[in-house]
Design a protein around this ligand. Structure first.
Ligand code: GLN
Length: 496
């Protein structure tokens, strides 16, 4: 069942939330040894939340669309009843004293939190290989990465361990894992979803968003946890764009679609480009007007991002000082506070996090600030202008979501530059702050693995991306024999 349908069935009393939750917990115990999507599962707590929803229904209460529906929650959001580690040794065992706004809103919607999902440490990475607690595996081929940094969330949803999951997207960490696992993932407009209680990586970029098996489910989750939050100073004080309505509307007739010239070509798998071109043809056949658009500054987005994100990370991660949170190493009464901090950070942070802290500290240091961080911010403005110019002539922009399909675990582990290239298509949107959605585009003819197509929309026009995504999904369900792509996944109940 989709999350939308499950929510209806629970509201109507056709299915109990306890039964639905138990089914997902069973699937977790069956397959998570192989997938490693979860860092923490709390069966009793999940069943208690489910029971509470069933009781509310029995008492005659009208339930919301996702009440009683289970959700997998990325371990970067604080939760008062479960540990929160951001997949880092430095936070191992830390139980936060407060809930993130996203967590609180999942609870308010009556959703059942199954557990916390694996990720790249502090959301730095594109493969989940940077987790301190082991890699997650792609359910389409367990020898491959599930994408990152929200790879535990995508693996959980693709392995049918949860109907939907939360993620965060700083440079592509929702859209990429969704793409390589055959799922739908949305990066809302920056500020459209709250960062309060989200362990900070790069504050001017971090954006919570949904991961789901279809567009409507993503829209329902998006709506459930988004919207203005006075506790987040960069939260947008505007209504949530009508994403659910757009997902139901699902038409593109007359819509102007721009294909970004700079986001294709060298470095892209032929199979990815083949599926992408086919998607563009589908959009045309559905009545969209397709034109090619040039966004020349997009070619510099990756370089700008890998100065800005590490700079913000070096500042944000200064708080892990061995005094206030989690791990403390070498505090034996003979060492100074500085020595304890240094020993703790040396042991508590993984190699990618240390690399970013060093890069960021360097880029921000006096004498280099203008040359690196300052220029990167100027490039950011140019990218924003490219988007603005493009959106004067088209309603949405499209590109592949990732240049390649899921790569084998270990292939890029020792080559940070190769890893960073996974972000080629997703980063411009983060730097500009607008909205984007990734939807499945079929399996690559090269390797039979999922390909994602990205739909980018202007700031606060998230609904437009959902409209296009839903139209594509509906058209695909016809061409894929009346079924969605995910039902072909090896872990799908339909696949046996
Ligand atoms: N892959 C990018 C990085 O490593 C983006 C990660 C993210 O979106 N959290 O920074």
């Amino acid at each position: 069942m989709t999350a939308a349908r499950l929510g209806e069935a629970i509201s109507a009393g056709e299915v109990s939330s306890v039964d639905a939750t138990r089914a997902y917990l069973d699937q977790i115990s069956r397959v998570d040894g192989e997938i490693n999507a979860f860092l923490h599962v709390d069966e009793d707590a999940a069943l208690a939340q489910a029971r509470a929803v069933d009781e509310r229904r029995a008492a005659g209460e009208e339930l919301g669309p996702l009440a009683g529906v289970p959700v997998a929650h990325k371990d970067v959001f604080t939760t008062t009843d479960m540990p929160t580690t951001a997949a880092s040794k430095i936070l191992e065992g830390w139980q936060p004293p407060y809930d993130a706004t996203v967590t609180a809103r999942l609870r308010a919607a009556g959703m059942v939190i199954l557990g916390k999902t694996n990720m790249d440490e502090f959301a730095m990475g594109s493969s989940t290989e940077n987790s301190a607690f082991g890699v997650s595996h792609n359910p389409w081929d367990v020898s491959r990465i599930p994408g990152g940094s929200s790879g535990g969330s995508s693996a959980a949803v693709a392995a049918f361990e949860a109907p939907v999951a939360t993620g965060t997207d700083t440079g592509g960490s929702i859209r990429q894992p969704a793409a390589v696992c055959g799922l739908v993932g949305a990066k809302p407009t920056y500020g459209g979803s709250s960062r309060y209680g989200l362990i900070a990586f790069a504050s001017s970029l971090d954006t919570p968003g949904p991961i789901a098996r279809n567009v409507l489910d993503a829209a329902l989750l998006h709506e459930a946890f988004s919207g203005h939050d006075p506790r987040d100073a960069t939260s947008v004080d505007a209504p949530v764009p009508p994403v659910v309505e757009a997902a139901r509307r699902a038409d593109v007739a007359g819509l102007r679609v721009g294909v970004v010239r700079e986001l294709s070509g060298e470095g892209y798998h032929p199979g990815v480009l083949a599926r992408f071109n086919e998607t563009v043809e589908t959009l045309e056949s559905l009545g969209a007007k397709v034109v090619e658009v040039s966004c020349p500054s997009f070619t510099t987005a990756l370089s700008a991002y890998y100065l800005i994100a590490p700079s913000e990370c070096s500042s944000n991660l200064a708080r892990f000082d061995a005094m206030r949170y989690g791990l403390r190493v070498g505090d034996d009464g003979t060492r100074s506070a500085e020595e304890v901090m240094s020993l703790t950070r040396a042991e508590g942070f993984g190699p990618e996090v240390k690399r970013r802290i060093m890069l960021g500290t360097y880029a921000l240091s006096s004498g280099y600030y203008d040359a690196y961080y300052g220029s990167a911010q100027q490039v950011r403005t140019l990218i924003k202008r490219d988007f603005e110019a493009a959106f004067e002539n088209v309603d949405v922009l499209v590109s592949p979501t990732t240049p390649t399909t899921a790569f084998p675990i270990g292939e890029r582990a020792d080559d940070p530059m190769a890893m960073y290239l996974a972000d080629l298509c997703t980063i411009p949107t983060n730097l500009a702050g607008n909205a984007a959605l990734s939807v499945p585009a079929g399996l690559s003819p090269d390797d039979n693995l999922p390909v994602g197509v990205q739909i980018m929309a202007p700031v606060l026009a998230d609904d437009r991306a959902y409209r296009v995504g839903a139209a594509l999904e509906a058209a695909r369900n016809d061409t894929w024999g009346g079924t969605d792509l995910i039902s072909k996944s090896p872990y799908s109940p339909q696949a046996g």
